[in-house]
Design a protein around this ligand. Structure first.
Ligand SMILES: C[S@@+](CC[C@H](N)C(=O)[O-])C[C@H]1O[C@@H](n2cnc3c(N)ncnc32)[C@H](O)[C@@H]1O
Length: 305
């Protein structure tokens, strides 16, 4: 029996579709193309050589056995639309993992309009996880304040404060730092002191944080952490890069974290370039060994059960 001819439908009008179709025209395989569609009305009617971009409504009139989803970001949406308008089961071809990107307007708008960039990126998704923690805190009505240990220029502090305001969370942020760099080592586990992560213009941090409900607590965290004594916490973020300040503040922090509250670490699980921040992880693992918390592998987020 002769093999049935392949007939390809492209979904999505973009650079990839143009490249693919032009290549097929050049290598003589364009007769396999049965059409190109796009749900964006503004793109319908556009042309790639002789192929006119059609409305998905015309899909039932087309004979095809292969559906090429050309959009990386929207492939999930396209598949869902296809399944509602056509009950055939063509071979699906797609590429990329852009659909897995974190897509949240509030997160992206707040980040892109940050005057000072947050440095909560010990691992790729740390800032996203902090954002999701606040979203979860808001949705579950958890009541308490927020602490950040290791502030640098205040990039993450203000990012959190803006999200707190936008989500309607009633929380003050206590932000701890020497505001003059890493103090003298107290433990062999205090291994990190990269000058790139030191910032001593305290006045500029004060004026950056001033419009928000933020209290800056200046000094060595091992001595200042008691500022939060007696204050219920919904979220604590540790980013000291070292063992001693983390280990010293953690006990009080945990005791005062409300049930369901979150303690997060920038360097519990992190990229290789932060290897010498291992002390922060050692402090967390040591402390949480006998505590009832949920930490999903690959994240620095601990949820108090
Ligand atoms: C990586 S930076 C923090 C970045 C910040 N969280 C952000 O996301 O923008 C680390 C900070 O921890 C502070 N730090 C480290 N050890 C400390 C200690 N024992 N007491 C106070 N601050 C400390 C340093 O001064 C530095 O500003």
């Amino acid at each position: 029996m002769p093999k049935e001819k392949t007939s390809i439908l492209f979904w999505g009008y973009n650079e990839n579709a143009i490249t693919l179709i032009k290549r097929m025209l050049m290598n003589g395989t364009a007769e396999k193309i049965c059409g190109i569609i796009d749900s964006n009305k503004e793109l319908q009617g556009c042309k790639i050589e002789n192929f006119i971009v059609m409305n998905p409504k015309s899909i039932n009139e087309l004979q095809f056995d292969t559906l090429v989803i050309v959009s990386d970001n929207d492939k999930e949406e396209i598949l869902k639309i296809f399944s509602t308008i056509d009950n055939r089961k063509p071979k699906i071809i797609m590429a990329g993992i852009g659909h897995l990107d974190f897509k949240d307007h509030l997160y992206h708008d707040t980040l892109s309009s940050s005057v000072t960039s947050p440095r909560a990126f010990g691992y790729k998704n740390m800032l996203i996880h902090l954002y999701q923690s606040l979203d979860y805190i808001a949705k579950n009505g958890l009541k308490g304040d927020i602490a950040e240990f290791g502030v640098y220029k205040g990039g993450t502090t203000v990012f959190l404060a803006r999200i707190v305001e936008k989500l309607g969370i009633k929380a003050k942020i206590f932000a701890f730092d020497t505001f003059q760099g890493f103090p003298k080592r107290k433990s062999v586990f205090d291994m990190y002191d990269d000058p790139h992560d030191e910032f001593s213009d305290f006045d500029s941090v004060i004026s950056y944080c001033e419009p928000f409900n933020i209290e800056l607590v200046k000094g060595d965290i091992s001595e200042t952490y008691c500022r939060i004594e007696g204050i219920p916490l919904v979220l604590s973020f540790f980013d000291t890069d070292n063992y001693s300040p983390t280990r010293d503040a953690l006990d009080m922090c945990y005791r005062q974290t409300v049930k369901g509250g979150i303690i997060a670490f920038d360097h519990y699980c992190c990229d290789e370039r932060w290897l010498y921040t291992l002390g922060e992880r050692i402090a967390a693992s040591e402390f949480f060994r006998d505590k009832n918390v949920l930490n999903l592998y690959g994240t620095g987020v601990f949820l108090k059960i």
